[in-house]
Design a binder for this molecule. Structure first.
Ligand code: ATP
Ligand code: MG
Length: 206
């Protein structure tokens, strides 16, 4: 066997690694959830993790976004070691990703527009009027009717909750989008529509 080389070096360059996990071990008491897990995701890649209920998918995501610390191993996100960041670095890093949590994670006391505007209030100097405009745009982009912006999470259907959560995840035009079970609990038609829409959003982001 021979390995061909490209003397003109015209081969496409490998995209930078945006997620790098090495030898990650996670335990809850005596329950071993991740056993020396390695994982790499390149920029522009759509990477899906599939596994049974309780296999550790959400925990893995929580480790990537600094909500849970593994027992051992290393995690680099966008080139930063998230297990050794300062508070300031963590604050900056959180602006570079969007997260759609498995159960939506919207604040029940805020309407959809204010939930979507929250990352903008936290991380930008935009004034309230502009924040409301950007939130309205993201709500439309998510496929919700503009009126949904005035509704509260308890007034939304499961599919609407997912879309509102997606709108919030997209608020800061993130470099990385984490989606935890984006279609779980939806009817097959709704799941297919949301999958297509997620793919469109991701190509829009990258
Ligand atoms: N804070 C915690 N304390 C104790 N055990 C936990 C904790 N968080 C998760 N676990 C356990 O870790 C395992 C993995 O949970 P996780 O939520 O990551 O699974 P999952 O793959 O996302 O499951 P599902 O598909 O049902 O969402 C489960 O056995 C769960 O009970
Ligand atoms: Mg889960």
């Amino acid at each position: 066997m021979q390995i061909a080389t490209d003397p003109a070096n015209t081969a496409p360059q490998k995209n930078p690694t945006v997620i790098e996990m090495r030898q990650v071990c996670t335990r809850f008491g005596s329950h071993l959830v991740h056993d020396a897990l390695d994982l790499d995701v390149q920029r522009g890649e759509i990477f899906a993790i599939v596994g049974g209920s309780g296999s550790g998918k959400s925990t893995l995501l929580r480790e990537m976004i600094m909500l849970h610390r593994p027992d051992s191993g290393s995690i680099k996100i966008l080139g930063t070691d998230v297990l050794a960041v300062s508070q300031e670095e963590a604050h900056v890093l959180r602006q570079r990703w969007g997260v759609m949590f498995q159960h939506g994670g919207l604040f029940g006391t805020l309407n959809v527009r204010d939930n979507v505007g929250l990352p903008l209030r936290e991380h930008t100097d935009l004034d309230d009027r502009l924040i409301d405009e950007v939130a309205a745009w993201k709500i439309t982009l998510s496929g919700l009717e503009p009126e949904a912006g005035m509704q509260y999470p308890t007034e939304l259907s499961g599919g609407m909750l997912k879309r509102a959560s997606m709108a919030r995840a997209l608020a800061l035009d993130p470099e990385l989008l984490f989606l935890d079970e984006p279609t779980a609990g939806l009817d097959p038609g709704g799941a297919a529509a949301l999958t297509l829409w997620c793919a469109t959003c991701m190509s829009y982001i990258s």
